[in-house]
Design a protein around this ligand. Sequence first.
Ligand code: GLN
Length: 481
Amino acid sequence: MTDLNTLTIDSARAAVQQRTTTAMSLVEHHYEKIQHEDGLVGAYLTLCKERAMEQADRMDRMAAEGVELPALGGVPIAIKDVMCAKDVRTTAGSKVLGNFVPPYDCTAVARLEAAGAVVLGKLNCDEFAMGSSNENSAFHPVRNPRDPSRVPGGSSGGSAAAVASDMAVAALGSDTGGSIRQPASFCGVVGLMPTYGRVSRYGLIAFASSLDHIGPLAKNVKDAALVLRTIAGRDPMDSTSAEVPVPDYVAELGKPVRGLKIGVAKEYFGEGLDAEVRTSVEAAIQQLAQLGCEVIPVSLPHTEYAIPTYYIVATAEASANLARYDGVRYGYRSKSARTLSDMYRRTRDEGFGAEVKRRIMLGTYALSAGYYDAYYLKAQKVRTLLTRDFEEAFRKVDAIVTPTCPTAAFKLGEKVNDPLAMYLADIYTVTADLAGIPGISIPCGETKEKLPIGLQILGKHFAEATILRLAHAYEESAAKP
Ligand code: GLN
């Protein structure tokens, strides 16, 4: 009997393949669960039932004919609503795209479907992926399934919550400053941000193009590896997608971790780190040492500049990317305008939320003639220093282990009126985005209040296989009593 609430990619696919269940009944089960439970959680913005059922039917017919299903055959997954899906409303969590129905698929979505995955729908997120709590969604917030009085993290809050509450077997999220890893940490699931360029961004609604990454949120490390293997690799539609061959991440999980060198940087264990989070992460590092990893102190001296650097670069790029929402080509258009310029102004005023406006203003300021050198150029230089810190450290170690976030999930409303406090939720995650290196967050314990704590493992460029392997070894050892 298949337990529908603890499905993983392998168990779902195997059940469909062996006909102990059907892809169609998995879809129905998930939609029922969404109907009953998502009223409270708020993870989904749009369901695409017809599309899901067509794909499920295709997989069921293959299974009935005894044909071997592809790697994600019949597996119900869901997509953060910043990725386009043909003929399915795609909002980026914004009113400005509230009625946008794209005429094409995001490459990552298309690759999942080509591998047999069944797309259930589109997941809630902070508007244009700007936020750390999902409270910036123009539609409704998402609640943390582990404690509904708390946020699920952001901006991929819907993705983490859907996976944590078994309303999807896995999900895609996007990470610009931490938006896959931080919500994964808050909701107790696995979240992987690949190297910049590892996964095509074609069809991803742009926030900050030099920082945006698509990656999986999943119930375990192997599922994350399966999804990454499916979506990674060069795409002619995205010139920044890398020509680097894609290893078999799943096969690589089995390699031993003994002898791997893991770096611990004191900059990630300083002021502001919650005591319970520190204890859990330190215990996880001990655990890795027991598995035969060598723990080595490393230094990342420019870390304190990461948040200001990120908020200059990200807002500058966002201000340019968001200029396209003018009410002319697509999306929301103000009805009350009388002239063209009035239409632009009102469309943007009515269409964007407060955080998005704040960032457009910050970014426009940082790029303006008199301030460009002082802010944007300076930030780019510091970004190089942050990248060099990692290069230096990775001469000595294979991976760097840190807490994913300084605290566990906070309460809804706790930080909404204090943007700076909200920005600090990303203090341990933005550095990897700025340097373009991969990072994974895996659950490593709980607070006394039973809130999940995340362990972050950062790797060298294109060394996803190494961090997945370490994460997998840790996960296996932690599962043993
Ligand atoms: N929380 C960060 C921000 O608000 C990161 C967002 C993201 O990674 N998309 O910009």
